[in-house]
Design a protein around this ligand. Sequence first.
Ligand SMILES: *Cc1c(COP(=O)(O)O)cnc(C)c1O
Length: 353
Amino acid sequence: MLNFYPGPSKLYPEVRTYLTDAYEEGILGAPHRGEQFVQLSRTVVGSLKRRLNIPQDYYIFFTSSATECWEILIQSLTKKKSFHIYNGSFGEKWYEYAKKLRSEAEGLRFDINEPMPVDQLDVSTDTELICFTQNETSNGTQVSATTILNLHNRYRDTLTAVDATSSMAGLNLKYIKADIWFASVQKCFGLPPGLAVLVCSPRAIFRAKQMNERNHYNSLVFMYEKMLNYQTTHTPNVLNIYLLKRMLEDRSFIKQIDIDLTDRANELYEFFGQFTEFKLLVENEEVRSKTVLALEANERLVEDIKKRALHHNIRLGNGYGPWQRNTFRIANFPAIGNEEYEELKRFFLHYYA
Ligand SMILES: *Cc1c(COP(=O)(O)O)cnc(C)c1O
């Protein structure tokens, strides 16, 4: 089965071996306060920094999902309000959660064919956290490094948090240009669901300590205090942390992965731009995602394409949110091989050219 679903997505084939190795090494039944786990956790933190170009002085935490990160950040870094800039379902959901926890949270929606409108932002001075989604998995758009830099320059004194769930471990993100980044591992990391990585700047941790919010098992200060000893507040997903360690050791550095993914994204956009029955959902090339492509057609054709593909053992991604029925999505994740995209292209040429 070829799997182009944008999460949970295709696993690295090596995961099969890592799984049995984890069993053999006895890590899965080891206590999470013991030396074996601490050693594993320390190694993974080091590998994440080295392999993904995360600054040495940033802090890394393990959580169970990106959704959990949304909640942790609002709980532990805002007393009054966050500001959310979004153009799709994931960014909007984060904003909806924020409003439930802090009723004054504010949001600004922008068009999927426009860059994130940094110049037009009106973020009040009592805003504690600016939130946006680097790669909006629901519609196949992304916020460019330049736009993130502009935001950083315009709001230097406000903490910024970035949902990078479908780009971390695929793109060479400039972590220094924002305070908080997070991603769950069932997208670009090519691992099974149930683990997320939360990356925080020293400034973000300083703020968390100042706020000292201690009402939740996943309060950021608790996580920080445990992580000083490479431990977690609760029994973590040891298996997935182990898989993450092995995956990071075996992969290239992020700079190379980014180059390869970008090349392949360009090829895929060129290829999928040539059809007449369906078209790329995002017209503005500048804001197209490098890791998730969204294709638009009438609802019947979308159904037909997905069904026919499945019949040929190709799993395409369903549309999401408002684009659920009139789009399908294709992941461009590192765990998927070039030859698999060649097969995908042959399928489309055969039936839809
Ligand atoms: C998949 C996804 C999420 C949700 O991830 P979970 O691990 O299910 O919480 C959040 N944000 C983005 C951008 C995503 O792609």
